[in-house]
Design a protein around this ligand. Sequence first.
Ligand SMILES: Nc1ncnc2c1ncn2[C@@H]1O[C@H](COP(=O)(O)OP(=O)(O)OP(=O)(O)O)[C@@H](O)[C@H]1O
Ligand SMILES: [Mg+2]
Length: 241
Amino acid sequence: MTEPYKNADDILIELRSLQRLFHRRKVLDIDQLALMRGHRYALVGANGSGKSTLLKLLAGVIKPTGGEIVYHGLDGEYDRAYLPQKPYRFSFSVRQNVIMAIPDKAMDKQQRRQQAEEALRRLGIEALADAKGNKLSGGEGQRLALARLLAMPHRLLLLDEPTSATDIAGNELFEEALKNYLAQNQSTLIFATHTLSQAVRLADTVIFLDDGKAVEQGPPEQVLYHPQSDGGKAFLRFWQG
Ligand SMILES: Nc1ncnc2c1ncn2[C@@H]1O[C@H](COP(=O)(O)OP(=O)(O)OP(=O)(O)O)[C@@H](O)[C@H]1O
Ligand SMILES: [Mg+2]
């Protein structure tokens, strides 16, 4: 894939000959990709195409087998926030789960509690503040994980299928909260989704992964409605956007 010219100052992350192998099988192979500051990227592609692997590499949860990821100005401890496809949560209260995501250096105890409760409200689970985090339903747990992320500013959000378990109300609350968050914090967003309408609503750029390769990249209207690659055409054949 050829990259159009981009202002180097605006590049947040560069992927260079990035490869990840599992048991000698290449599951990710991206020659060159520049991710721009403040942009919103949706990763789409079939099951097993490498979306989660790419997000894990960007989050630093796993290491590349070859090549490199160059970050520009993402050195702070809380700069990158990552939501795994199966988010974990702790057994204490929902409120405490969120409070723990806010560093105590940032504000005093009372402020952290208020901030946490505000994040729970935004995701519509304030009534669960005293429930145990590990006893929530799948969708409630996902809302909690999102509340944790949105409870404080991060420069980069890496979200792996953030609404795969939430209901319609949960999706709407999340999308609204996320849009406000991005506008307020000027954060960069990279998320994987199978909800292509969500990619249209949230992303300015869609990256289509096919068998570990980034074969298409462009605005949602282009990649999702007028795919050029055979893989993209096959993947989108049944989608009635
Ligand atoms: N830890 C691992 N060990 C071995 N193989 C792995 C591992 N993690 C991922 N893979 C393989 O790498 C490929 C890409 O997986 P990945 O989870 O990135 O796909 P995905 O695009 O996120 O798919 P989905 O839409 O199902 O979430 C898959 O074939 C998967 O089986
Ligand atoms: Mg995945």
